[in-house]
Design a binder for this molecule. Sequence first.
Ligand code: ATP
Length: 597
Amino acid sequence: MGMIDTIPAAPAARLRLPTLTATICVVATLIAAAFAMSNSYYLLLLTFAAIYVMAAMGLNVLSGYAGIISIAHGALICVGAYATAIATVQYGWSFWPAAGLAAAVGMGFSGLLGLPALRLSSWYFVLITIAFTLAVTAMLADLRWLTGGYGGIVGVPAPSLFGYRFSGVAVFWLVVAVSALLWWVIANLMNSRVGWALHAIREGAVTAQASGVSPARLRLFAFLFSGAVAGLAGAFYAVAKVVVTPEDFTFDFSIFFLFVVVLGGPARLSGPLLGVLAFFVLPELLGSLKEYRMIAYGVGLLAFSIFLPEGLAGAIASLQRRLMPERKAAAAVPTRAKPIEPIAGTPVTIDDVSKRFGGVKALDGVAMALPAGRIHAVVGPNGSGKTTLLNLISGFYPASSGSIRLGTTEIVGAAPSRIARLSVQRTFQTPKLLGDLSVIENTRFGGYAREAANGFELALRLPRARREAADLDGEAMQWLALVGLADRAHDQAALLPHGQQRLVEIARALIGRPQLLLLDEPAAGLSMGELERLATLIAEMRKLGITIVMVEHHIELVADIADTVTVLDQGRILAQGSAEEVFRSAEVVKAYTGGRS
Ligand SMILES: Nc1ncnc2c1ncn2[C@@H]1O[C@H](COP(=O)(O)OP(=O)(O)OP(=O)(O)O)[C@@H](O)[C@H]1O
C-alpha cells in the first residue's frame, strides 16, 4: 500500500481570534462614530473620512495588493462625483442609479488608464496617471455645458431607500455600512486565489504564471475594481458635499490617497482605515496641524520608510507577532481523506530544440521522446542547459528553434500561463514561494487553474466558491502531509528553511494535478530524512500517472528512481537511456570529472 492510499488526516485547525489590528480598527471606528454623533462638524469630518476610507480601500487593491502605483485615484473619485451630480441634478436621476453610473464610469476610465500599464514600465505609468489627473481637472473647467465650469454643480440630492431619505447622521451610517461591506468583499477576494495571484504578480509574476495566472488579466481586474470603488466613493462624496466644483479635486487630493495607502499599510486590509484616521482625521482634529498636512506627509513618508516600511497596519501586525507569537492567524481547514484520483500523464516530444542567449548556445539541437507517466532525469555539469530546458518546456523562455509537443499540442511560443493551464506544473531551482503567505495558502495557489468560481462568486463567498475552497484546503493539507509539512501549514512560508520550501513547491505543483511535472533540483538542501521522503514521494507521483521531468545533481537519487536519464553537456545531449546504461558510459564519466578531451 502506497503513501497516497493512506493519506494522513489533516491536523485540526487552530482557534482563530481577532487580531490586534482588527481590534484597534473596531475600537477606533466606535470612538469615531461617537464623535460623529456629538456635533455637526465632527459628523461632516467623519462622513468624509468614511468616504476616503472607502476610496483608499479601492486604491489598496491596485497599489497595495497589485503593486501598481497610481496617482489618478483622486481624479477617478472626481469623475464619479461629477457623474453623480450630472445624472441627478441635470437629468433628474435618483441617487442609486446615479451611484451605479458613477461606479461604471470610474471603472471605465480606470480600465482605459490600465491598458497602457499592462505594457509600460511603472515609471511611465505613474507619469500617465499624473497627466490623467491634470487632464481631468482641466476638462472640468473647459466642458462648462456639462460640468458647470468653475461654478460646479449645485444641489446633489440625498439618497433615499424605500421612502426613507438619508441625511446627516444617516448618510454617515450609510457610508460606514457600504465601506464595511466593501471591506468584507475585499477580505474575501484577498483571501482567495485572486488575492494570492495579485500578490504573486507584485512579486515578479513568475510564480503567478507558473500557476496559470495571466498577469495582464489580473492587473486589469485590479484597475477595474479600484476604479469602480473610486467612482462609488465619488457618488457619496457628491452627496456629502451637495455641491461639486473643480476646486475639490486638486492634485494633492489625488496624492493624498497614495499617502494613505502607503503609510496606512499597503496590501493590508486595515491599512486604509488606519491611514485615514492617522493622516486625515487626526490632523483635522488637532486643527493647527491641518495647515502643515503636506509637510507632515513628507516627514511621515521619510520616517515610515525607515522605521515602519510596512505602514501602520504592518507595524501593529509585527507588534502582535512579537507580543503573542503563538497567535498566528490560522484558517479553519476541514479534515478530508478523499483518495487522490489518478492523473493521465502526458507524453512530451522535444524535437531539435535550440536556445541562444546572445552568443551563448544554451541548448543545441536537443531531441527527446518522453513517454507518459515516467520519471525522466536530466543531468549534466553546471551550465550545461538543464534549467534552460525546463524554462523552454514551461514557456518562460521561447525556443530559438525546434518544437516541443505535449501529446499533440505544440507549445513553443505559448505563454507560461497557458502552458500551466495545459496541466504543466513546475518547481524552481531557488524556491519561489509567496513569503508573506502561509504554507497552506502557497500550496492552495497551485490549484489556481482548477477553481471554477469567478471573481464575483469569490467576492461574495457564494456556495460554489466556498465548496471549492473547502475542498482544495482539504486537498492542500493532504499534499502537505505527504511532503511531511502538515504541522507547518499555518506558518509563514518565508520562515521555512530552503529545503522545506522546495517541498512546499512540490505540494503546490501537485495540487494543480499536473499531467507533466517539472522539478528543478528538488533534492538540493534536503536533509537525509527529507531526501528519503522525496524519493518515495516522486515514486508515488509516478504511480499516480504523472509524467515527471527532473533536473537533479544528486546522482544516487537519479539512479534510484529515474526511468530514463538524459545527460546534457554544453547544451548538447551527451547520452540518453536508462540510468544504468547512461552512468556506465565513459563519456558521461569524463564530462562529470571534467576530463573532456
Ligand atoms: N537568461 C539567461 N541569459 C543569458 N544566458 C543564460 C540565461 N539563462 C541561462 N543562460 C546561460 O545558458 C547556459 C545554460 O544555463 P542553465 O542555467 O540552463 O544551466 P544548468 O545546466 O541548469 O546549470 P546549473 O546546474 O548551474 O543550474 C549557461 O551558459 C548560462 O550562462
